[in-house]
Write a protein that binds this ligand. Structure first.
Ligand SMILES: Cc1cc2nc3c(=O)[nH]c(=O)nc-3n(C[C@H](O)[C@H](O)[C@H](O)COP(=O)(O)OP(=O)(O)OC[C@H]3O[C@@H](n4cnc5c(N)ncnc54)[C@H](O)[C@@H]3O)c2cc1C
Length: 506
């Protein structure tokens, strides 16, 4: 009989998120010869939702996770549950028509409802959400957001009461938004999945599957369908061109006043900021976040410094309890890609490109994908199809993102300066330096030892850059990330960076 394992949640970064309590448990799957109905790859909100819905529908499901459930972005999210999205309903309408925008709103609402119905013991709380504008230009955008939401039937109203110290010109309120503890929610899902007879296999990186006679095989796992719920499907694929990886920053702080807003509050700046409160281990904290940028393109230390400055400008902070960052994917045409994986064997599915809305979209993806595996119709299948024709509007965005990748591929190879020296590398820091004409991703640990890696990303050959906050090597092209030993933290890479032997004194 399988024994229960207590997992201490790890995350794809060195900094700690407040969700990393030892809340997730797993029954390690034992080896057997079963041909599963589905192999779900990835134990975030998408994977666990998909696995649960399939198992409850009578399918035999195994979930394989490279680390432990919650290791990916679900363990580093800020866990707002909204009826609006980063791609505004107005933007969705201009790219996918009025019916497309309405369907998008329904999908968001369905994801929200799914969480509401499944949550059991995960700090789920209903709160109003406010979005405010500080400049005339932001007011124009706010009015557009209002009109777009009203047109698709999403309840929203103007308000002049926002619980924020920031002076604003105009604001919107969405009633009955929500928040929760994302890993406690994963625990809710996993408990139900295991109770229904599902299996979880941890520390299992799926690098790909071989398909023969309609059966997909990876190591000792055989399945009739595969769902890549990995946030970004592994290896080179179409989504490397259609989704751009972004880092986003969050801090959880204690306030001197002891007064915390009972609301989800967002500004309209570019990049934006948000605040909300959460009681973590019995202690009320203000979560402040935002300042997103493309992975590997800006200095994470600077992003945190700016976030720190921002929160202290408006709130009297007594201490900073947590600060962490994580990664999400922006789709070129604004909507997620959910369905049959392009250029893969039939029966291999994926879901990606959620923007900052993966709580709702990851949940509804679970419903869509479980319906598809079961050959059941789903009304969102066409709208979110990864094979959809890109609307013309997104083409310039597509060209811009990929020109940027091409730039990094070339420029980062010649960027290392003569002054970059291994000897000058301070303990606890990393940098791409040149040693004997060879580029090296070098990290000096606190004890002074150098950890040297080949900086060429194993996914598509770009040069990785140092992320001092998460102590990781991040690829600016497609968002693959590695730890200081070169181990893959975040796909689409599935191979580790090569270790180099460097003699520092040579
Ligand atoms: C800072 C931040 C704040 C956010 N805030 C919000 C918010 O408030 N509301 C909201 O709706 N959304 C938010 N998002 C977005 C949301 O968190 C994500 O879209 C969502 O968590 C993605 O879930 P997922 O299950 O698809 O992926 P993940 O949670 O990343 O899970 C994927 C899992 O797959 C595993 N995996 C990857 N590759 C393999 C492989 N080859 N083999 C085996 N396992 C593999 C990983 O280890 C990981 O555990 C935020 C994102 C960020 C970065």
């Amino acid at each position: 009989m399988a024994t229960e394992t207590q997992l201490i949640n790890t995350r794809d970064g060195a900094s700690q998120s407040p969700w990393q309590q030892p809340v997730l448990k797993a029954f390690p799957a034992t080896k057997n010869d079963l041909v599963y109905d589905a192999l779900v790859v990835g134990g975030g909100i998408t994977g666990l939702t998909t696995a649960l819905l399939l198992q409850e529908a009578g399918k035999q499901v195994i979930l394989a996770e490279a680390h432990s459930p919650g290791f990916g972005t679900t363990g580093g999210t800020s866990a707002h549950i909204n009826t609006f999205a980063d791609t505004t309903y107005r933007e969705a309408e201009s790219a996918f028509g009025e019916d497309g925008a309405k369907l998008f709103a329904e999908a968001i609402a369905e994801g929200f409802a799914l969480i509401s119905s499944r949550q059991k013991d995960c700090d789920f709380e209903s709160k109003p959400g406010y979005l405010y504008a500080e400049t005339d230009n932001e007011v124009k955008q706010l009015d557009e957001i209002y009109r777009g939401a009203v047109k698709v039937g999403v309840p929203v109203a103007y308000t002049d009461q926002v619980p924020t110290p920031v002076p604003f010109k105009k604001a919107l309120v969405w009633d009955r938004q929500a928040q929760f503890h994302p890993l406690k929610y994963l625990q809710d899902l996993q408990t139900a999945f295991l109770a229904a007879g599902g299996r979880v296999k941890i520390n299992t990186l799926i690098t790909g599957v071989e398909t023969k006679d309609g059966i997909h095989v990876s190591g000792d796992i055989q399945a009739k369908a595969v769902v890549y719920a990995t946030h970004m499907p592994p290896n080179i694929n179409l989504f490397n061109f259609e989704c751009a990886p972004y880092r986003s920053y969050v801090m959880a702080v204690k306030l001197k006043s002891g007064k915390y807003p009972e609301a989800l509050i967002y500004d309209s700046q570019e990049p934006y900021h948000y605040v909300r409160s959460h009681v973590i281990n019995g202690e009320e904290l203000l979560l402040v976040g935002g300042l997103d940028h493309k992975t590997g393109h800006e200095d994470p230390d600077k992003a945190f410094a700016n976030l720190d400055q921002y929160v202290r400008k408006y709130y009297s902070v007594s201490s900073v309890k947590y600060r962490w960052s994580s990664q999400y994917y922006v789709p070129v045409d604004g909507l997620p890609y959910i369905g049959q994986m392009p250029m893969a064997a039939e029966g291999i599915y994926c879901a990606t490109g959620y923007n900052g809305n993966g709580m709702m979209l990851g949940s509804v993806a679970g419903k869509i994908l479980s319906d598809m595996v079961r050959n059941q119709p789903n009304k969102y299948e066409k709208l979110f199809s990864p094979a959809r024709i890109k609307p013309l509007d997104s083409f310039s965005e597509f060209v811009k993102e990929n020109a940027d990748v091409a730039y990094h591929f070339v420029a980062d190879r010649v960027k290392v300066h003569e002054t970059d020296s291994l000897k000058r590398l301070q303990p606890g820091t990393g940098k791409v330096v040149e040693v004997d004409g060879q580029k090296v991703a070098a990290y000096r640990d606190e004890a002074g030892n150098i950890h040297a890696l080949n900086p060429v990303c194993t996914h598509a050959g770009c040069i990785v850059s140092w992320n001092g906050e998460e102590k990781s090597w991040d690829c600016p092209c497609h968002g693959a990330r590695y730890d200081i030993r070169g181990k893959v933290l975040t796909g689409p890479a599935t191979k580790d960076l090569l270790t180099l032997n460097i003699n520092e004194n040579k």
